[in-house]
Design a protein around this ligand. Structure first.
Ligand SMILES: C[S@@+](CC[C@H](N)C(=O)[O-])C[C@H]1O[C@@H](n2cnc3c(N)ncnc32)[C@H](O)[C@@H]1O
Length: 269
């Protein structure tokens, strides 16, 4: 896959993408906190890296995990996303957080320089699992922690059922596949780590979305961001009708939902 699936055409995220990623980070932040609690490692004074942190990612979590004497680096290929992350870091006084533009596939970061390496929702759009994993492992200090979080879309559903919105999710999955990605990358995480001789542990989270929750609209926002990919295999007129139906379904009073399953997998390097 030559370019990142969900960024703006010039490699800079659009406003929609910035907002979408910030919302997504906030929605999944408690699940990340629960994962760190379950791992149970003392982060004080540790060096943590969030690869592809986007507009926030795990920066807030890692900032408090590593504490005053620790350090957090958030890296991303997209400068606009890092600018948004810098705004959040300044607002929330994340004094131990630094941000750096870095392409994980040709990373300039210090080899074996981090006690914890985290990446979320990266394997799914990038579709270069083996290369990505090699990059993460090369940055991990001996005995350090690797934590990966990826989706499994089987639970991404609505109540009452919303067939048009669910069809949009299927089309998104097809767009990911066509571009070499995998919207169900979470299913393969354990075996991926196992194949590298690691001993992965796994937990999963599915979130309930109450009526009116902004994350219910995520399929529509993703479809907008991926429109060019979708019209490569869907008639544009039919796509617009489908999106309008899905919009109506998701805005219906009382409409609830469940998210995709976030598969959280971690191991010591
Ligand atoms: C779906 S977003 C996830 C963002 C963040 N990890 C989160 O969970 O909120 C994928 C992120 O990967 C970044 N990205 C894409 N290709 C990259 C690369 N080669 N190196 C580093 N980051 C990359 C994008 O800019 C984007 O921020």
């Amino acid at each position: 896959m030559s370019d990142y699936l969900l960024a703006g055409q010039a490699g800079r995220a659009t406003e929609l993408e910035l907002d979408r990623l910030l919302l997504q980070s906030e929605v999944w932040e408690p699940a990340g906190r629960r994962l760190l609690e379950q791992i149970g490692a003392d982060g004080h004074g540790r060096r943590a890296l969030d690869v592809g942190c986007g507009a926030l990612g795990w920066l807030r979590l890692l900032s408090s995990w590593s504490g005053d004497t620790g350090s957090v680096l958030g890296s991303d290929i997209d400068k606009a996303l890092l600018e948004r992350a810098a705004g959040v870091a300044e607002r929330d006084k994340l004094l131990n957080v630094r941000l750096l533009v870095d392409d994980l596939f040709v990373s300039k970061l210090e080899r074996h320089g981090f006690d914890l390496v985290h990446a979320r929702l990266m394997l799914a759009p990038l579709g270069r699992a083996e290369e990505q994993l090699s990059s993460h492992l090369s940055l991990l200090a001996p005995g350090g922690l690797l934590a990966l979080e990826e989706p499994d879309c089987r639970t991404w559903r609505f109540e009452a059922p919303a067939p048009a919105a669910e069809r949009v999710i299927e089309l998104l999955a097809q767009a990911f596949r066509t571009a070499g990605g995998d919207m169900d990358a979470g299913r393969r995480l354990p075996e991926l780590l196992h194949a590298r001789g690691l001993n992965p542990r796994v937990r999963t989270e599915v979130l309930q979305l109450a009526p009116g929750h902004p994350y219910l609209r995520m399929p529509l926002d993703m479809a907008q961001a991926l429109r060019e990919r979708l019209v490569a295999f869907t008639d544009p007129g039919e796509l617009d009708v489908l999106l309008a139906e899905a919009e109506t379904e998701l805005a219906a009073p009382g409409r609830r939902g469940t998210t995709f399953t976030m598969v959280q997998c971690w191991a010591r390097g």
